[in-house]
Every structure is written in C-alpha cells, then in structure tokens.
Design a protein around this ligand. Sequence first.
Ligand SMILES: O=P(O)(O)OC[C@H]1O[C@H](O[C@H]2O[C@H](CO)[C@@H](O)[C@H](O)[C@H]2O)[C@H](O)[C@@H](O)[C@@H]1O
Length: 735
Amino acid sequence: MLDDAEGFNGDTYLKDQGRWRSYAEQELYPLFHYKVHEPTDSRAERKWWPDYYRLNQKFAERILEIYKLGDIVIIHDYHLLLLPGLLRQRLPCIYIGFFLHVPFPSSEFLRCLIRRKEVLEGVLGANMIGFQSYSHSRHFSSCCTRILGYDSSATGVVACRTRVAVDVFPIGIDSTAVEQIAYGDANIEEKMAVIRELYAGKKIIVGRDRLDSMRGVAQKLMAFEAFLEEYPEWRDMAVLIQVTSPGSLRDGNDHSEEKTQNRVSELVARINGLYGSLSFSPVQHYPQYLSKDEYFALLRVADVGLITSVRDGMNTTSLEYVVCQKDHYGPLILSEFSGTAGSLNSAVHINPWDTRGVAEAIHHALTMSPEEKQAQHSKLYKHVTTNTVQEWCSNFLNRLLTNLSSFNQFITTPALDKSALLAQYRRSKRRLFLFDYDGTLTPIVRDPSAATPTDQIIRNLKTLVSDPRNAVWVISGRDQTFLNQWMGDISELGLSAEHGSFVRHPRTKRWVNLTEKFDMSWQADVMEILRHYTERTQGAHMFLQNSILTMKGSFIERKRCALTWHYRRADPEYGVFQALKCRKHLETTVTRKWEIEVMAGKANLEVRPAFVNKGEITKTLIEKYGDEAPDFVLCVGDDSTDEGMSCSHHFKMAGQHYEANQSTSDMFRSLRTTNLSQEHVFSVTVGASSKMTLASWHLVEPADVVSTIALLNGMVGEGDPAQPADVSKIPDSRP
Ligand SMILES: O=P(O)(O)OC[C@H]1O[C@H](O[C@H]2O[C@H](CO)[C@@H](O)[C@H](O)[C@H]2O)[C@H](O)[C@@H](O)[C@@H]1O
C-alpha cells in the first residue's frame, strides 16, 4: 500500500503526521456532522483512504504484539473505525468495545461516503458499539440494514455470523477535577477580577467554540445581533465574549473553514458597527487558544453560557460551564443539536437556526429571577457531577462485560460436529431426517418463486432416500404445488406442506389434508387485514450492497390453507414496523375469534390453524417408531417456525409448552431432557452461532447443509454452493 516508491519512508511518516488524519478529519468528520463537501474528482479521497487503512492496520499490529487471551480492547472514535474489523480478522475471539464520540448520521448521509461499506463492516468487528445519543445509535443500526442489508434493532445488529450490541453512553467530564482547578487557583480569581472590571455593569454572555461550521458561531452572532435589535435596552448593557480556537483540518476539502472564518469576522464587524461606540464593542471576539486559567475564569465570570452548535457529539464546554457556575448560577443556553441536549434537560434549549428564538432565549436568560436560576442550575449541577467520565467508564465496561458473558455462555451455539454426526450415522439403523426448506436447503432470496432447489440438492436427497435405513422428510411452510413441482418426483421422500397442514407420505402420491374438517371462514377476515397492510406497505427504491433495488412492496402469498404476508420487498425498516402493527392487529381481532395462529417468519407473517405446526408433525413421525426409537435424527431448520420442530418430543416429556420468549437457559435445559438418547439427536440451526435457538448445533448457511448431506452420502465435493444464475437468486442476507 505505502512504499518508498511513493516517497514514503520512515522519516517522512514522522514528519507528516497530518496525513494520517486526513481521511478521518476531512471525509468522516464533516460527513458525520451532516456536511457533504463540494463535488470533487475524488482523487484526494483516494489518496487519504490507504493512509487511513494503514493507520488502523498499524494500531492492529501493535495491539496484536501485546495482546493476551482474555484482554479487552476498547477503541475510541472515528479515526479508528476499521480497527475492530482488522483485529477480529486476526483474532476471531477477541473482546472489543468501540465508542464513537462524534454524531453518527442517517443512512441518507452515510450513503454519500464512497467507503461506507468498509467503514460499517470495520466497526462491526466490535462486540459492542457505544454512541453518545439514542438517535446516533438508531442511525447506525439503520445504516447497517439499509447499506449492508443486515438485520438490526435499536439494541443490536446481526452481522453475518454474530450479533453486535449497540448501546448509548452519553459521556461526562471529571467534574471533581474541573471544580478543583476552577475554584482552587488564585490566578483564576485574578483573571476574573480583570474581566469583571473591564465589563463593569454589563451582563457577560460567554461562547467558546472551535472555529468550524458545525459549532454554529455564525448562527450565534446573528442571534446576538437580533437580540440587540429586538431588545434595545440591552445595547450597552450586554457583551458577548466569543473565543474561537482555530479548527483542525476537519472542515472538509472545500475551504469552508476559511469561509466560516470570513463570515464570523464580517458579522463581528457589522454588529460592532451597528451597536457599538468608540468606548464599547458589544462583541468581543478572540480567535485564539485560551490558557486553562483564562478559560475557567471566563466560564466562572459569565452570566449566561451560549452554545449554538448545529451538530456535535458531546459538548464538554457546556458541562464545564455548569461546574464553573456553582456559586453564580448563570443559565446555560444550549442548542438542541448538541449531544449534551438530551442529558441537560434543565438548560434553556434553542434551535440555532431560529435566530429570533435564540434572541428571545438570551433575553429570557438575562431576566430570570435568582430563584429560577438557582433551581435550574442545581438540576444541571447534579446531573454533571453524577454522570461523570468515571461513571461513563464503569457503565461502558459493565455493559460490555454483560454483553460478552451473555454471548459466550448462553447464546453461542457450536458448529455442527460433523465427525460425531458421521460416526453416529454409520453406526445407526433407523435414521430420521427432518429438513426445513427455505433458508435451510436453499438460501433466502427476495422472490419466493426464485428459491428453487439446485441439482446438487436434488441429487443428494435422492441418494439419501435410496438407503432403506433412512426416512427423509422435508417439512416446509411451502404449499403442495411448490413442493410437488420441485421435489414431488422423489417418491421415497416424505413431504409436509404449509407447516404440517398437508402430508405426503413416502412412496405415496396422495396428500393428506389435516385441516379438512377445519372451518376456513377465518381466511376472509385475515385477508381483509393483510390487504389493508399490503396497500399501505408499498415499495421503495433502495440502496443495498452497492446497487439500487426497486422494492416492489409487500404482497400476500395465498396458499391452500395458510396465508402469508411478505414484506421483504418493502422498505426494510418500514416493513418491520408495519409487520409489528399487522401482527398486533391480527392478534387482537381474528385470533380471538378463530383457532388460528400468527407466526413471524423471515420477513413474513404467516397465519394458519393453531393445531397444525411443525412440532406436531415431528412428534407424530417420532411416535411412529414406537419402542424402536430412531437411533439417528438429523433435524435442520433456520427460523422460529423450525424451533418447535427440533424439540417437540422433549416438550411433551417435560409437560411444558414452548414459548418463543422462554429464557435460553430453560430452553437448553429442556433440550437435554429428551427421551431420545442425546447422542442420537442432531438438531441444527442454519445461521449465526449467536442466534437464539433451541438447536444444539449450527451451520452457517444452506450450502453447509447440502455439503453435510453430501458427506453422509459419501459424495464429498458435492455440496459446494451453487452459483446464483440470476439476480433474483442472489441471497438476501436479511433474515
Ligand atoms: O418452512 P420453510 O420451508 O422455511 O418456508 C417458510 C416460508 O418460506 C417462503 O418465504 C421465505 O423464503 C422466500 C424465498 O427465499 C423469501 O423471499 C421470503 O421472504 C421468506 O419469508 C415461502 O414463500 C413461504 O410460503 C413459506 O412459508
């Protein structure tokens, strides 16, 4: 990536430190603050990206040198977004917590980043990702769904093989240290006296910001100008002391920092020209760094603190201001776009874009009664001194440890032990195979009719059924027509359609309808509700995995008995939202009237008679063996409707009913109480090892299921994943 031919040798690295930060500060930082730069030929971006990658790689290399098993790595901020992924590649079991100090933008903004995918995948290498505020965490999860196609919620993202926790940790300051410095230094008192003397008889409004466009200094000045215009009584009575420290590289590559600087100077000159005199300028602008003494003196002497940032992660000045006002109770005016706004509820909240509104807020702050100021301040002070940075550290660590221990102990399902499976297969005489279809024998794709079995699957199923010791069943939610069309020719294969509603026994052509006597009038009521949601859950153009997809919207699959409402082709987040509403609607109306059940499948809701399910059919098949129980059972499924399939027998034994929300420990304990000998049963879920399941084993994807069958058939190399023939067959990674 970087070599001497490019002119990068060790010395240059050391001298040219700024280049390592270029990508983070000129691309990520502005974009994370909702700022897109002017169109460019993207040459600079292409130059910065390798440096950014290399920087992250260097950190990874150094960590790997000193890492010991069990160590926890905590990574901070946007300079190191790739580091979690780089570490995870080398050490799959490493524990990583990541915290982002700046905002995280909505997917509409992140999409503008050329390297959006790499950045998201990189940070998803962590076990837990922390954000300053709920909206940032929600945006992140939504980006993972909309840009990477992963399943996500406000609390986590399921990335390929594992669940990454997402949480909110608003950061605090070391309030004790700030208080000790601000109140324990005679120099500060001296400086305060000087400022007070300079502005004797005047109210002091203080602003201290970095000079970049995100800090809203121009907005602040415009609001101050409006304040002097609207409230002439304050013209000689109030001064705005604004200190702006120079920004870093961060304002993008469109010279906007320079523009902000010019705009600020113009505004200062205009306000002082309009409302100042020879003896007094209402805006005192200091474009410089402040010493610690000066900074704390200014915060202590202020009558009002004014923060108008248009976007920031956590505004520490606002927190320090609160500590410094413990004997003066100056109100804090705080932008609602500041990361601290969510925590500092008692501040005077403003919208920096509402110039007149901010002017009014300044007047209000200056005219508050002493009691009101004190009451407001004491709430702010309590918050800042309770939610300190120390508190933040322990919260972050505790939550990370909880997440790590729950992943490790309860959720992780081991990969299928294929040698144990093969050994038991070879020594057994009565073998039962139960396969789900969608997501198990074939990958999940966007269009149900495109999920057809490959030649390898058919060949392997045929070989499997040809052994008289094997009873092989496909137990699916699909209807008879579909199963007949694609697997009907394998006469030795048992088929169960629509979640156990219809059964075709091996070596028969006839389908038995188990719902024959069931009143089907419920379908009309359910259809009406499903139509209502179909009409309201339309399609969208969506960006997924680097291509634009036209999502046609939700639709109803009408089977002979069951009705399935599919929302995979709707906007992913809106589809989930509508499905929740639809499910609730069904469960508070039709399921009370009829003996029917609503199941949440993969991007679908299915409604079918309550007495048929995959568990029931499994139970019947096992019971048929009577005293001669099968000595080999392989049961493979991928979604919640299959969970009942792998455990029906032991739940009967335990006299319990399986509840989807039953705690994991209960579920696994129950699994061990089956009446079939445990070493004869292989219940396998297809998906991540971190998936909540009753199964004892997992395989990552349908291709692994096929290769496992091939292994039992002695057809090694037969189970290689099929190449998708057309775009409709490209697996959809969302569950
Ligand atoms: O029990 P299964 O064999 O797993 O069948 C469950 C449902 O699968 C089908 O829908 C699902 O797979 C589609 C193709 O990959 C996918 O587009 C859809 O989003 C999934 O929900 C099928 O259409 C349903 O009838 C089955 O009940």
